[in-house]
Design a protein around this ligand. Structure first.
Ligand code: BG6
Length: 486
């Protein structure tokens, strides 16, 4: 386990403090960091929400949320954590209601003041403005924006402008929780902490790249939010494109946050725009019909929603990167709800050998493949061809060199929010998205959405519990390729 260094004393104000994200992710993350003594005794968490409840009732709801995710809690540790919790209920849009918060923050201007906006993006600008107009701005401040920052380029730009009118860019932390995942960070270690892969990481050797982020869960109680968004905006605009960036970027000159983000931005800018003419061949959109996951019957999306929306729960894309390193190497991306298992993986598929010297009639040649498993079983697997033992012929067989991070390091990986919140307190924006990254990604996504609209591409369907519609396999089949799970 890397050494844990406590962070300086802070006041963390969570707007949307009684919501799903706060209770399911943020408070548990803070609880764990508190148990590991990374949070000083003087630090405070101030939850703000419109829900009318007392502080005690709020503490009870945090306890219930922890119990449901952990199964049991250590009462002494919980009471230590609960000491840091404060709760205020007011409508942040009503500037006349802010005085209890101002009073609570008074006299603590010298410590870190962080605001976490666990709210819909429409509140990002008004809350930033609220802090400014109530005289609550300090030197040592940060504001954290939960995704999505807008749902298209224009909306993202407007939000960035509004928040940017109150906070300088280096105090704005836009969350993509995938960047806090240990295995995603391991991609940087794999690529830039080893000299082995760099010479291979290019068009001359790599045939194509596959990125799969599969979820077995459906949209369940998030259906209203999700129906406005869909898989492309919910997952591809942020998580999958960030993975593309980390796989495809050039080596930054240092781990400095601007150096890393500059390189990621270059990849986003090099993405070939998906034109109306390309949407049919390079994109697949679909949504789940009734089916079964792990033997249990599950309803389809339309049955859950009971309306006629055209929202997709699955997307597959063929992405091209227009630069010297990657020209001609397709990146196939897919993500979906109600796929058979939760499974995220990046596959670097290398080219086959240029000339076969072994008798191919007696075995299947499998070109080398590097699989980077992101979740749930984090690790790296390199598939190579080896000779089958024995005095007979020279038969080859694919075997894999397997590395499980959990077995190797003997620790269970912490949730990404634990790391990200600590990085916010440290004031290190390297694991957060810069304004230009978000806006460039939205421009690229907006093209696809326009293409779907203009070409009237019909919404495909897949059985819940399958790997998506056949069109997804067909898209790779046209290029003589297949998804790894097909
Ligand atoms: C969120 C999406 O950003 O990521 C959800 O809004 C999705 O729809 C979730 O379920 C997946 O995150 P993870 O960490 O479980 O892969």
């Amino acid at each position: 386990m890397a050494q844990l260094v406590p962070v300086d004393t802070f006041d963390l104000i969570i707007i949307g403090g009684s919501g799903d994200l706060a209770l399911r992710k943020l408070l548990p993350a803070l609880y764990h960091r508190n148990c590991d003594q990374q949070i000083t005794a003087e630090s405070r968490i101030i939850a703000v929400s419109r829900a009318e409840m007392t502080r005690d009732e709020y503490v009870d709801s945090v306890r219930a949320a922890l119990l449901s995710s952990l199964g049991s809690i250590d009462e002494i540790k919980f009471s230590n954590f609960a000491n840091r919790l404060n709760y205020l209920h007011f409508d942040v849009l009503d500037l006349s209601c802010w005085s209890p918060l101002s009073k609570l923050l008074q006299g603590r201007e010298d410590i870190i003041r962080a605001i976490y906006l666990a709210t819909p993006p429409s509140l990002f600008g008004p809350v930033a403005q609220g802090f400014k107009e109530n005289g609550l701005m300090t030197e040592n401040m940060r504001i954290v924006l939960e995704k999505p920052v807008g749902d298209n380029y224009a909306a993202a730009k407007a939000i960035n402008d509004e928040v940017g009118a109150c906070f300088p860019e280096n105090q704005i932390f836009r969350i993509d929780h995938y960047l806090g995942k240990e295995t995603v960070q391991n991609l940087l270690a794999l690529r830039f902490g080893n000299s082995l892969f760099e010479p291979l990481w290019r068009r001359e050797v790599v045939d194509h790249v596959q990125i799969t982020v599969a979820e077995d869960l459906g949209v369940d109680n998030r259906v209203e939010f999700y129906d406005e968004i869909g898989a492309l905006r919910d997952m591809v605009q942020n998580h999958l494109l960030q993975l593309v960036c980390l796989v495809a970027m050039e080596a930054p000159s240092s781990l400095d946050h601007e150096a890393v983000r500059d390189e990621k931005l270059k990849v986003l800018r090099a993405l070939k725009p998906v034109t109306d003419a390309m949407v049919k061949s390079n994109t697949v959109r679909a949504r789940y019909a009734p089916g079964a996951i792990d033997g249990t019957a599950v309803p389809g999306y339309a049955e859950q929603l009971k309306t006629k929306s055209q929202t997709e729960t699955f997307v597959a894309l063929k992405v091209e990167i227009e630069n010297w390193r990657w020209s001609g190497v397709p990146f196939y991306l897919r993500t979906g709800k109600r796929l058979p298992i939760k499974h995220s993986e990046i596959v670097i598929q290398f080219k086959p050998v240029p000339h076969a010297i072994f008798d191919e009639a007696s075995y299947d040649t499998v070109p080398n493949r590097l699989s980077i498993m992101l979740q749930p079983d984090e690790g790296i697997k390199l598939t190579i061809m080896a000779k089958q033992p024995g005095p007979g012929g020279f038969d080859l067989k694919p075997v894999s060199l397997d590395l499980s991070f959990e077995e190797t390091f003997g620790v269970h990986y912490p949730d990404s929010y634990e790391r990200l919140i600590i990085e916010v307190m440290r004031g290190n924006p390297a694991l957060f998205m810069r304004r230009d990254e978000i806006e460039t990604a939205w421009k690229w996504i907006d093209n696809i959405i326009a293409g779907w609209r203009n070409s009237r591409q019909p919404l495909d369907s897949y059985v819940a519990g399958s790997w998506g519609p056949t069109a997804s396999s067909t898209m790779l089949g046209r290029d003589d390729r297949a998804w790894q799970q097909d």
